[in-house]
Write a protein that binds this ligand. Structure first.
Ligand code: GUN
Length: 293
């Protein structure tokens, strides 16, 4: 069993990005600039956004944090997005999800200029991704692809089972892995809450992508010997002994599943750090205008 060190790989890629930023500064080019919009005070969202802003600083990007209370109206939020769309210094921006219930996430996503949509959530980017055209790839699937590529894990002809069909992970990773490409050419099965016999499906998998959002959901009896297991879960599980009163647990019962795997990602230190790094990669692409010209 080999552990996929997402944290270490994320550091390596961030160093590569930092080097490129240094080069850009040397020639007097434009410093990449990411903005993040954070609505309300959900602790997990605050932590994610803090991490994104800190990562920008680490690689030498500019960053702007726009914070508003959960009482903001949809119209006010759309106005903020329009201002970010029009701001020439900002190369890309994200609106952290989830949003308060009175705000329609679809309307917000549609308000973002696809050229600045470094989350890859806008239908224009999602559609381009599905067609294999240049696009901002959603950060978590993009991070997973990077891990598979840099660890030289064969995907061509492999059977990949995706557990979960969310718009931001399950559905896009299923499309990306099924397409032609250096990492791709998989036969993909997407499973979800209505799947009849989940265990029968996961037992057939050479590669399992667990993106269900439930701690220890994937157990050892569901995994074939030698499988590659990518754990996308970041579940907060109460633990009075932990410093913060909770521990982060993946969707996979790591202790029991790991001995069966050829490769597995830990939580924390696996997919999470790669997601942030993928966002930085998209922001660098935005500043170089390499997707839309
Ligand atoms: N909430 C959970 N994951 C994400 C993400 O990748 N981007 C944004 N904007 N919100 C999220």
């Amino acid at each position: 069993m080999e552990l996929i060190d997402g944290k270490g790989l994320a550091e390596t890629i961030k160093n590569e990005i930092a080097e490129e930023v240094t080069q850009i500064k040397t020639v007097g080019g434009k410093i990449p600039h990411l903005a993040a919009v954070l609505i309300g005070d959900d602790p997990a969202s605050q932590a994610y956004v803090r991490n994104k802003v800190r990562s920008c600083e680490k690689v030498g990007f500019k960053s702007t944090l726009v914070r508003r209370p959960a009482t903001i109206t949809e119209t006010e939020l759309v106005r903020i997005i329009e201002d970010l769309n029009d701001d020439d210094d900002i190369d890309g921006f994200i609106v952290q999800l989830p949003l308060p219930k009175h705000i329609n996430e679809e309307n917000i996503t549609l308000a973002i200029d696809p050229r600045k949509d470094v989350d890859g959530f806008h239908p224009a980017n999602f559609g381009r991704m599905a067609l294999g055209l240049p696009a901002y790839l959603p950060a978590t699937p993009f991070g997973i692809i990077q891990m598979l590529e840099r660890y030289d894990i064969e995907t061509s002809g492999k059977h990949c089972v995706v557990v979960g069909r969310s718009n931001i992970v399950g559905t896009p990773i299923a499309i990306m892995l099924s397409r032609k490409g250096k990492v791709g050419n998989c036969t993909v099965t997407v499973t979800h809450s209505r799947t009849k016999d989940l265990k029968a499906e996961t037992l057939r998998a050479d590669i399992i992508i667990a993106a269900i959002g439930r701690a220890k959901f994937i157990t050892a009896d569901m995994v074939k010997d030698g499988a590659v297991v990518i754990d996308v879960g970041i579940n907060r599980v109460d633990d009075v002994k932990a410093r913060r009163g909770y521990r982060l647990k993946g969707d996979v019962d790591f202790k029991k599943v790991a001995p069966k795997c050829s490769y597995i990602t830990p939580v924390p230190g696996g997919v999470g750090p790669m997601t942030v790094t993928a966002l930085l990669m998209n922001t660098l692409k935005a500043s170089k205008k390499s997707i839309y010209g």
